[in-house]
Design a protein around this ligand. Structure first.
Ligand SMILES: [Zn+2]
Length: 190
């Protein structure tokens, strides 16, 4: 089997898996709540499933996968913090070990007119391998300068700025963008 090395190419495309796992254990303030809520998503399989739900994985998270998921999230968080601080990521071993459980097959196709083409298809037998494989792909196109912490003081969530102008300040409009504007209005009018 041959190996191929590809340099990372920074892109503006979202890196959703990386962001979800990097934020997994950070306190969050849902809309309509002022107090921060810290839920450890790795305390229960059901909460871990809910965390991954927006990512639309092909594989279901197995009940025996929560420990691997916790380790993958911890490492993803450390990698993103290092990138934010312009430091060398401390470890990539868990990520690469789990991504190594995904595999690719290459098949050849013959079109009706005889033209040949080849397809590469990826398979991950588990949800955690699928996540790790996605994170590796996202790191391959990550632009570290687009990775930032939410600018709203009490919020610590990380986001990836996909705006052309690179001017996104909040991890999300709701609640952080709205609250920032409300507070500014109160400061000027209160
Ligand atoms: Zn925020």
């Amino acid at each position: 089997m041959s190996a191929e090395t590809t340099a990372t190419t920074p892109q503006r495309r979202p890196v959703p898996t990386l962001v979800v796992l990097a934020n997994a254990t950070r306190p969050r303030r849902p809309p309509n709540t002022r107090a921060a809520i810290t839920v450890n998503p790795f305390d229960s399989h059901a909460v871990a499933v809910a965390l991954l739900e927006p990512l639309g994985l092909e594989q279901q998270l197995g009940t025996d996968e929560v420990d691997d998921l916790r380790a993958l999230a911890a490492e993803t968080q450390a990698i993103t913090e290092a990138l934010l601080g312009n430091r060398r990521p401390p470890s990539i071993a868990t990520l690469n070990r789990l991504a190594g459980q995904a595999s690719a097959t290459r098949t050849v196709r013959v079109a009706p007119d005889g033209t040949l083409s080849t397809d590469v298809r990826w398979h991950a037998a588990t949800a955690v391998a699928e996540l790790a494989w996605r994170i590796v792909a996202e790191l391959g196109r990550l632009d570290p300068s687009r990775l930032r912490h939410c600018a709203r003081e009490p919020c610590d969530l990380l986001f990836y700025d996909t705006t052309r102008s690179r001017t996104q300040r909040w991890h999300s409009e709701s609640p952080c963008g709205q609250r920032e504007r409300q507070d500014r209005w109160r400061r000027t009018n209160g």
